[in-house]
Design a protein around this ligand. Sequence first.
Ligand SMILES: C[S@@+](CC[C@H](N)C(=O)[O-])C[C@H]1O[C@@H](n2cnc3c(N)ncnc32)[C@H](O)[C@@H]1O
Length: 246
Amino acid sequence: MSNKFYETGSNRATKVNDLFATIAPRYDLINDLQSFWMHRWWKKRLIDLASPRPEETALDLCCGTGDVAFLMASRGARVTGLDFSQGMLKVAAQRAEVRTGAGTPQFVQGDALDTGLASDSFDIVTISYGLRNLSDWRQGLREMCRLAKPGGRLLVLDFGKPDLLWWRRLYLSYLKWVVPRFGRIFFQDADTHGYIHESLLHYPAQRGVEAEMRSMGLEDVKVCNLMGGIMGINQGRCPIAKSFTD
Ligand SMILES: C[S@@+](CC[C@H](N)C(=O)[O-])C[C@H]1O[C@@H](n2cnc3c(N)ncnc32)[C@H](O)[C@@H]1O
């Protein structure tokens, strides 16, 4: 089945940008509804694993409306959030305005595949529900490595593929048949949320990302499966000698 927001090749980014321009104003609300509010817990788990410390520098790629960036900033890290969608960044900026308390991230517009940011700059580089959307997810990982300091932590949170067959089938059925209804209800377009199922089919998820992290020479490579693998968090650490990323 084809989805109008999913395309392989050079037009991929344009389609993804169109998608997020459409859904940005309702993105946070639908995230809560479709995940039964659980995405908040999954993101908190990501931050616990990243364990940002005060004054550390952190970059959240594909930051969207800023959930992960805000969480890291609330732990005292100096956070940059990067995204290419003006619509998503607008919501992030609105949230930053009404925010009180601990630090506010800096939000910048850019391409996660070619950020133009300086190499070896960040103690932590995260990407949450972003890697799956890139036209070249391996290049996305390489860019994360380039940006991390030697010894820096890389973390990827995304939809996963459970190992257990019946659980995988049940969950993929939910993504295929139920989640598109949110698109139909809010945007009169099932494709906006049918995109999640379609893009996941083409993404290697936690096992593929784990294998790639190992082949890139990352250290301490681990996978944390949430709820039987419906969500996966990949972790790796850049070696002190980072020549492999050059
Ligand atoms: C599913 S949202 C995730 C947002 C946020 N990280 C979260 O967890 O809620 C995916 C985000 O990736 C962004 N994105 C996709 N491809 C990108 C690229 N090549 N460069 C920068 N941002 C990109 C989209 O604009 C969108 O905001």
